[in-house]
Ligand binder design. Structure first.
Ligand SMILES: Nc1ncnc2c1ncn2[C@@H]1O[C@H](COP(=O)(O)OP(=O)(O)OP(=O)(O)O)[C@@H](O)[C@H]1O
Ligand SMILES: [Mg+2]
Length: 297
């Protein structure tokens, strides 16, 4: 069932129950039903009714083995984040799913003013799960508590990085809000760099990308860490915007130099292969780290 369809079926009481489970997540892998009832302050009979409904909608997962307990699913966390974003007027409606990334689901959404925005729901554990599944089949389809918390951390990291980058003048989508593992940004009307057919001024586009890497490094103090033609959006006006920041590392992190080199190398290599633009890697590295003032042009 679609996320918007599920979301619309939920009442205030259901959200109270979901929040009560969320509150217990740091403490229990499966939150005991007594804890949920006392935290939600909902009369027992109604709480059980709600839990039954949430279980059917797959927003929670139930265990009955040693005690009756519940765990949130990513779907459940999605609904809590949506509720918060809607209540705060950051978004009003959910649109279609743009894609399923390695570590996220990306949706279109609308603000109360009718502007189109992007809602990114982080999904930590998706890829590592696929890798481990082969050997540990009992893990099948069991999102762990750790993953939800890690997804929330990813959401917070990405939002805060985008906010600082945007403030510092880096070319990134403008961040509009965040809740838990969900990040809302402006919608970029464009395509990923790898899909761009031609550029009227590739040197200028490369320069703008390099400038953003430099701003991130010298002013914000971070390295993207997963930069490539897949994480750069190019608008119709040929403005490049760097997306997908949750895995950034701080400038003084031990692996920052290697990651920075790799980020710059991927970009430089792509422009050389596709647009015949020559930029010396070492010179570019000097520039992005603020050691020189000459860029690509
Ligand atoms: N602000 C935006 N405007 C328009 N499209 C966007 C925006 N942010 C993300 N997208 C689209 O969603 C896709 C996935 O976003 P992002 O790279 O942030 O997530 P991801 O989970 O890391 O995905 P992947 O694993 O594919 O890298 C992007 O490649 C792009 O097509
Ligand atoms: Mg990406």
């Amino acid at each position: 069932m679609m996320l918007a369809t599920i979301y619309k079926q939920l009442t205030q009481r259901d959200f109270k129950i979901l929040r009560a489970i969320e509150r217990g997540l740091g403490k229990y892998e499966y939150v005991p039903v007594e804890y949920i009832i006392s935290q939600s302050r909902i009369p027992e009979t109604y709480a059980y009714m709600s839990l039954g409904k949430l279980n059917k909608l797959k927003l929670v997962r139930r265990i009955t083995a040693t005690y009756l307990g519940y765990q949130l699913t990513y779907r459940g966390l999605d609904c809590l984040a949506l509720k918060s974003l809607v209540d705060r007027g950051i978004i009003e409606a959910l649109g279609d799913k743009l894609g399923v990334g390695k570590e996220s689901d990306v949706y279109r959404a609308l603000t109360p003013a009718g502007d189109q925005v992007i809602l990114k729901l982080h999904r930590v554990g998706r890829t590592s799960f696929r890798q481990t599944k082969r050997y540990r089949t009992y893990l099948e389809d069991k999102p762990s508590l750790g993953w939800l918390i890690q997804a929330k951390i990813a959401g917070e990291r990405e939002f805060k990085a985008l906010a600082e980058l945007h403030k510092a003048g880096a070319r990134v989508p403008r961040p509009l809000g965040w809740s838990r593992h969900a990040v809302v940004t402006e919608y970029v009307e464009g395509v990923e760099l790898y899909r761009v057919k031609g550029l009227s001024d590739p040197v200028d586009v490369l320069q703008k990308i390099i400038d953003t890497i430099r701003i991130a490094y010298t002013r914000v103090g971070i390295v993207h860490g997963d930069l490539s033609e897949y994480n750069i959006m190019v608008t119709v006006e040929e403005e490049p915007l760097i997306i997908d920041w949750p895995q950034y590392v701080e400038r003084d992190h031990p692996s920052a130099p290697d990651l920075l080199r790799r980020d710059v190398e991927y970009v430089v290599r792509f422009f050389r292969k596709k647009f015949n633009v020559e930029l010396d890697l070492e010179e570019a590295l000097q520039y992005v780290t603020g050691k020189t003032d000459a860029g690509a042009g």
